[in-house]
Design a protein. Structure first.
Length: 86
């Protein structure tokens, strides 16, 4: 069951009719999927899952993934003997 993802995709249908670039980006998609997972995996009560979200626990996942992406980008640029951009 993915009620938040379903809702986010429905919102995307509305927003992309207004402007094509108003899509559900990968960070938003990952976020709603993790909240759906926390709420439906059976390991946490709804209250516990909501506390995780309220306290910013999922922010660590985004920091970790962005850091790994930056390291990978840096290493690839070094391999290609190109300067790091952006």
């Amino acid at each position: 069951s993915t009620p938040l993802l379903d809702f986010a995709l429905a919102v995307e249908q509305v927003t992309t009719k207004k402007k094509a670039s108003l899509i559900l980006n990968v960070d938003g998609c990952i976020a709603v999927c993790f909240v759906d997972l926390l709420r439906t995996c059976g390991e946490f009560s709804r209250s516990e899952a909501d506390d995780f979200v309220r306290h910013g626990v999922l922010n660590g996942l985004f920091v970790s993934s962005r850091t790994l992406g930056l390291v990978g980008h840096f290493l690839d640029q070094r391999r290609l003997k190109q300067p790091l951009y952006r």
